[in-house]
Design a protein around this ligand. Sequence first.
Ligand SMILES: [Zn+2]
Length: 404
Amino acid sequence: MNAPKLDKVIIVAATALIAGCSSQQMQTAPAPGRTGPDITASDLKTRLYAYADDSMMGREAGTVGNMMATAYIAAQVKRMGLEPAGDSGTYFQEIHATSTRFTGGPPGTARNVVAILRGSDPTLREEYVAIGAHNDHIGIRRPAVDHDSLIAYHQELDRLGVPSWDRKFTAKRDSLKSVIHINVDSLHRIRPAILDSIANGADDDGSGTVTVLEIAENLANAKVKPKRSILFVWHTAEEKGLLGSKWFTEHPTVPREKIVAQLNMDMVGRGGAADITGGGPYYLQLVGSRRVSTELGDIVEQVNAKREHPFKFDYQYDANGHPERIYCRSDHYMYARYGIPITFFTTGLHDDYHQVTDEPQFIDYDHMKRIADLVRDIAVTVANLDHRPKVDKPVGDPMAACVQ
Ligand SMILES: [Zn+2]
């Protein structure tokens, strides 16, 4: 997810060199292994521990970390046998942006990864259902922070029963300092502070990235392929202002008018009750699903209703004028502005958003698997329709500023 225009997200880290609490719930990293055709929580976990590893250095667009991350995605889709659909027969589409936007490296070193699973119908295969996520994150944070202090901070608030939506207010945070200070002093007598400066972005948007990979692997192995083609795009520089999706939609590598829908996932790995009000195993936020096409919004509902345990969709962030402006803050918007029906799927913002603690051990892999299944089923349903989802909402000037 892209940072909001007004920086309402208070960075806890800077003020919270405060505590260490030893009982973080560490899950052990999975042993490296091959993933299989089925969409499984275990495969998602295997992929995310690789993708959100410290070696990717936070995946910031314009840095070596983002090159490594995109190389990983390309290697995976090559192994699946997907068609390359980037520049010059490769899986990469380099975006050209001004050097000032890429502080971490030379200009032109940020790239989308683009691949196609060709459809089975001789006519409809020339149309595309796009599925996307963003491959970048925010890189290295300075100064390094005491990693455990952030976890301790939230544990202390858990103990006090402070709800997650109320944690960004300084008054409450400051009142905790002395309590947590005592803890950190005693802890540091036992071991030094564990400093961390790499924002791993496991949820943002490692979760969306590996979910798209799992869907791709599943469909690539399906006996019967969808009628329309599936276009997979892992956008870069989302965190710099949706630059990768802006570039792709302005320089599409398939005819833009042949993209019949775009399904975007950004931060789909959390959504539990501790993370968000109303959260739980079947919690999912939808944004924009009827903003271009009522029919697409209806299809999403119908596919969900057929599930054994349907999701409880939360549409509150889709409201016109909502202050978080989620509709404008991830890649789907760049498609919607051209009148392409979109749906944005997310489990929502949480306390580890854009912090060094957004890490794979805090991801709910079973929840992610259910979302992967849902989005796969929606994509296949749309790909097999005998018509394109009808655009029945006005389409404005694609170059105008986004208004939610
Ligand atoms: Zn983000």
